[in-house]
Unconditional design. Structure first.
Lengths: 147, 82
């Protein structure tokens, strides 16, 4: 399959690479099919999340464990069921990144991580009722702290 | 909008399988107990809205160089070397 994206030009992928959201990202509930585009340069920390049906819609996402190795939360039972999660090792977590003009101020949303069941590529954005995690967690600062 | 009056321990039913019960009322705060199917997500409205807004803000609408994001990581690596 091919799509002509606004930011990456034409990209080619296979049906099995598509990540399907049962309910789209909040604010984009109707957009349910995405693909993850890897950036080899960054050692896998940042990726692009490109909508399959909206060539103009893309997000930067990241592996939150690169900035917070004790990021922990319970996946609601309903989500476990909806995504058909059978084994903990199938669960992949990424968080959405906001990149402002001054990229050193980029933040990521730890309050609403995206859960993917890598066994079937079903995904959902969950909202955590945990006050430790907030919507605008600074990325650069955390990376330095972690180092 | 439908407006109903309920007392403590009274409930309302929405559809066949959602029950919302008034658990307590204190100092202008209402505590609600909600029973709903597991696949139904329930959020405080302001939290839900703030996440919608955050997602909208995250949409890539300009050229972002992953190399530049990468440079943030390199800052980290450099500070580790020091």
């Amino acid at each position: 399959m091919k799509i002509d994206t606004k930011h990456f030009g034409e990209i080619e992928f296979e049906e099995k690479d598509i990540i399907s959201f049962c309910r789209g990202l909040l604010g984009f509930e109707e957009i349910k099919r995405y693909i993850l585009i890897n950036n080899e340069d960054t050692g896998g920390v940042f990726k692009w999340l490109q909508a399959v049906d909206r060539p103009d819609l893309a997000f930067v996402v990241m592996n939150p464990y690169c900035i917070l190795d004790d990021f922990e939360f319970d996946i609601p039972d309903g989500v476990v069921e909806k995504l058909g999660i059978e084994k903990p090792e199938d669960v992949v977590v990424f968080t959405i990144v906001v990149v402002p003009e001054d990229i050193s101020k980029m933040t990521t949303n730890l309050k609403a991580p995206v859960i993917v069941n890598s066994a079937n590529n079903k995904a959902e954005q969950v909202v955590l009722e945990d006050d430790r995690y907030n919507l605008k967690h600074p990325v650069a600062q955390s990376l330095k702290d972690a180092g | 909008m439908l407006v109903l009056t309920r007392k403590i321990d009274e409930s309302i039913v929405i559809g066949d399988d959602i029950v919302i019960k008034v658990v307590s009322v204190e100092d202008g705060k209402v505590k609600l107990g909600i029973s709903a199917p597991k696949d139904m997500s329930i959020h405080r409205h302001e939290v839900y809205r703030s996440i919608q807004e955050e997602n909208r803000e995250a949409v890539v609408n300009k050229e972002i160089s992953i190399k530049d994001l990468d440079s943030i990581l390199k800052v980290k690596k450099t500070s580790e070397d020091d």
